[in-house]
Design a protein around this ligand. Sequence first.
Ligand code: NAD
Length: 349
Amino acid sequence: MSPDNARPDALRPDATGPRAPLSRPGGSPGARRFRRAVVTGGAGFLGSHLCERLLDDGTEVVCLDNFLTGTPANVAHLLPRPDFHLVRCDLSEFVHVPGDVDLVLHFASPASPRDYLEYPIHTLKVGSLGTLHALGLAAEKNARFVLASTSEVYGDPLLHPQPETYWGNVNPIGPRGVYDEAKRFSEALVTAYRHARGLDTGIVRIFNTYGPRTRPDDGRAIPAFVCAALRGEPLKVHGDGSQTRSICYVDDTVAGVLSLARSEHSGPVNIGNPDEMSVLELARRIVDLTGSASPIEFGERPVDDPTTRRPDITLARELLGWEPRVHWRDGLGTTIAWFADQPGVRGAA
Ligand code: NAD
């Protein structure tokens, strides 16, 4: 799909007129409103939800994406809105956005293990050159910059749960190194721009997030389990399924990211749901919620697959007043309903 306005010339640099000062509404100390935001990776899973939320809050949005792992279909419903602009571009090559911008959310990067194993060099490039270009854009526009970092910077953690002060346990030459190290480099780059150039930056370390618009084939546990259950196929659990994950519904993650964006804080701040469950438990819950007769099967654990994963969100609670609100039962229910509506997903279950 190649929408008509997925071209640089679809940008309307003067659409917003001269830049108005950021407002800090009373009753919400430090909270800002943005007039015009750039969302890199905006046609991806998280990016598309962020674009939608920003537009609903009255922010004009320029969405930059090369559609490597995302798709214009994720934002097709936003295209008729005059304050939404979709531009196809590769962040690793170049980025130019005419007109004022007061927020850059840098979300462009393959994110699922299947994707970054398929695109290892691309992942390293977008995490390094792409982040450099996105930072350059924010510096040129004097905009707030927020990096989507990840719980993967903690690697296979030796400390549990993981606070932001933990430096991580990452294998740089393991298969996940391309993603983990790209994000760790991104964090270092953002910090350098903050200190050396005085850029207004924030880093959010996002833990496993799920919800509508994840790709059925992206290899992550929830889409894979839900699609298998809906099709009546076996759910394939890695190892014995005792490894844990903490899953956060997308609306909660988006609220956390925007809380950090609107604050004065630099982070890094963990955003995730501390409600930890084993992968086997997750599979069983999905089988129950779908009413599927699918069996659960066990296979090999991928190399460097983290054994435990659970955010310590004390900082997000204290600094941002944020915590997740959506119970897994509701979040999974909405996600299952969305997948069930996708062509080709619903099977014999
Ligand atoms: P996604 O793959 O759905 O979205 C990423 C988007 O970036 C895609 O639309 C892709 O086409 C785009 N992109 C990739 N390389 C690009 C490039 N060079 N130029 C322009 N666009 C490019 O993944 P997601 O789950 O939405 O993740 C978004 C961001 O959040 C990523 O940076 C990821 O590391 C981070 N994150 C996500 C999770 C999660 O659970 N979903 C957890 C931690 C961190």
